[in-house]
Write a protein that binds this ligand. Structure first.
Ligand code: DGY
Length: 318
């Protein structure tokens, strides 16, 4: 039987399924392995099921038998793909199954930022609310506003699709234009980045993290946004220069932000914690039971198929 490592805690029934095909070592205690520890664990493994672990040449060099690493995530910026190619190791991810759930969270953050939900709740919890007043906690409208989507892949399209119900105009910026029928379906207009920054009332970032997308939003971009605009990041930390964003929010150069991901997470820029105009969530974009189960099962399927086991390979489960 081939040997695999499951490097993070995951649904027990998914591990049981993997155990029908493989000799499984699993980390249900969910220890965060260092690269050296992960390399040592992989030294005798043919495959790995991971979730966010950084895998680079230093890890792969310790794993001569490794053939497949299955990432339980759509983003794979935790993998050094050049090192995978050099080592001849297949990398897989879990696209599509999380599109709608992640888009939902993008909208939740955008709406919470626009309508000052966290600030409102903090006021109530503090016991300081003593009366209704006409100008208390005034936000900005979502309906009828212009949504700017940066990154029009499958999650970006799911974000844009939701704008219809709110009567929004949709503009988007992407490495390349999407197909005309998708633009028509979404009623989305392709614009350059500067136009999007200048015209959007609410900007949502949905692009993969690569060296090219590093600090897609920095001080210069924030300076181009409307002073009332919101910025939502459901993609990856590093796409936004968090220090520049803290400054822009503090000086009210933009209205508010909704952030699910952070540079250097799980640490976050301490400046965010003191700001009223930012809504913060801890990388929960895909965190619903149904979606996390779909991701785990897809990651398991990828590993089974990648290691040439499973029904297609004529290996029915016992
Ligand atoms: C993803 O799938 O990339 C999510 O952000 C979880 O890491």
């Amino acid at each position: 039987m081939k040997k695999i490592l499951v490097s993070r805690a995951v649904f027990p029934d998914v591990i049981e399924r993997l155990a029908r095909y493989f000799d499984v070592e699993s980390n249900q205690a969910d220890e965060m392995y260092t690269r050296a520890e992960l390399g040592a664990k992989l030294a005798d493994k043919d495959g790995a099921f991971v979730a966010g672990n950084v895998i680079d040449a230093s890890v792969l060099e310790q794993a001569p038998r490794l053939r497949v690493v299955s990432n339980m995530a759509v983003g794979y910026n935790n993998f050094d793909m050049d090192a995978f190619t050099r080592a001849g190791v297949l990398a897989t991810n879990t696209p599509n199954v999380l599109n709608e759930t992640t888009a939902d969270l993008g909208w939740a953050l955008m709406m919470a930022a626009a309508r000052r939900m966290s600030e409102s709740e903090r006021l109530l919890r503090s016991g300081a609310w003593d009366r209704w007043s006409y100008d208390m906690l005034m936000g900005v409208d979502i309906h009828g506003a212009t949504l700017g989507v940066i990154g029009m892949g499958r999650i970006g399209q799911a974000v844009a699709r939701r704008a219809k119900g709110f009567g929004m105009r949709v503009v988007y910026y992407n490495r390349s234009r999407v197909a005309p029928e998708i633009e028509r379906e979404l009623n989305a207009e392709y614009v350059d980045k500067a136009t999007l920054l200048r015209t959007a009332d609410h900007i949502v970032l949905v692009l993969p993290y690569t060296p090219e997308s590093h600090h897609t939003i920095g001080a210069a971009e924030l300076a181009q946004m409307k002073p009332t605009a919101t910025l939502t990041n459901i993609a990856r930390g590093g796409i936004v220069d968090d220090a520049a964003l803290v400054e822009a929010l503090r000086e009210r150069r933009i209205g508010a932000a909704g952030l699910d991901v952070f540079e250097g997470e799980p640490k976050l820029h301490p400046g965010f914690l003191d700001l009223p105009n930012v809504v913060l969530t801890p990388h929960i974009g895909s965190a619903t039971l149904a979606t996390r189960r779909a991701m785990a099962n897809l990651a398991a399927d990828n590993l089974i198929a990648g290691l040439n086991e499973g029904p297609q390979a004529g290996h029915p489960p016992t």
